[in-house]
Design a protein around this ligand. Sequence first.
Ligand code: NAD
Ligand code: ZN
Ligand code: ZN
Length: 397
Amino acid sequence: MHALTWQGREKVSVDEVPDPSIQEPTDAIIRVTSTAICGSDLHLYAVLGAFLDAGDILGHEAMGVVEEVGSAAGSLRVGDRVVVPFGIACGTCWMCTRGLYSQCETTQVREQGKGAALFGYTKLYGQVPGGQAQYLRVPQAQFGPVVVPDDGSPDERYLYLSDVLPTAWQAVEYAQVPAGGTVGVLGLGPIGQMSARIAAHRGASRVIGIDRVPERLAMARRHGIDVIDLRETKDLVAAVLDLTDGRGVDAAIDAVGMEAHGSPAASVVQRAATFLPDALATPVIEKAGIDRLAALQSAIAIARRGGTVSISGVYGGAVDPLPMMTMFDKGLTLRMGQANVRRWIDDLLPLVTDDADPLGVLDLRTHRLPLREAPAAYEMFQKKHDGCIKVVLDPQA
Ligand code: NAD
Ligand code: ZN
Ligand code: ZN
């Protein structure tokens, strides 16, 4: 079969690799009909490149049709249309029975002190080949895959149940927005777009989306989100205070993560600039073409006193130290973590099957391309060229 493999820092290719096969009775094989590229793939593509081995199959957002099932794959049947959650959970261990599927003890990556194994996340999360491929072996298939209606609707209607929607739902859940409260969303990539829409859908009175990419700001605006364009805003905190009676947002969601601008160097410059007086910092920041505050610092700065910071962006260890004094003094609550995909499916299924499309899932993908064009698609998504917001790959085209 053909699959997208990691070959080196910012280098991926589509290669002929062996077809996957059933290895455990609880496995299933899926013929992948759609598979998306995620901001998390960009971490592997660029920032975390030093840790990977050439040849790993990437991809953790996949759906398709069940091609083959092991003898213990539960009620899953050949021919079922399924979406595959990006984390692998058994459904019956101590963690799973408490609803903490992203911490599944059966699939836990113990030797690295991490939670459940993930598709396509290389040796960083259990070495499970990913879904940017024509076929995918799905372990723990008796619990993981979500069967969706085979109703002729486009895959994009259900595909984001694999990651984007549950991640965004969890971001809003963890944000603990008070009734009619205000929410700031840092980053308007796919995760930020959906976090903003879900916050509004769940009753926030004002949602403020923050980014610097024109097409992403425009998409948010189209869904009723107020936006702040970082290119035009010298002082983000002042702009947010202006929109929130001088207090800041009840909840700030960080939907950016560690790679402020795709380069570790940019985040070092950002960090250094926070220690410089304004007169010195401003030219440094402007010359580097980056935002004054990294996303997490911005989230902490725009949250009101007693508010919440909810982090869906991925941080990989080499993180900027947190401003503990500010966090303590403001009395902030922080929540974060790998999305607990299965936990939120029951909340989300009725929304994606609703013909009125209340979350606008059919308005997220900007590009649908054959899998063989994935290398160019990675570059386009990373550089945000051609209005790229979400790329869906078709491995069967
Ligand atoms: P993306 O790269 O498309 O979007 C990130 C956006 O942040 C971009 O639009 C960028 O312009 C913007 N940005 C960069 N620096 C900023 C700053 N300082 N302030 C405001 N905006 C800034 O990625 P995505 O697919 O939307 O994913 C977003 C994050 O969520 C990534 O870190 C990804 O790894 C993470 N993620 C986490 C989970 C989870 O389980 N927690 C699941 C999926 C994705
Ligand atoms: Zn993802
Ligand atoms: Zn489990």
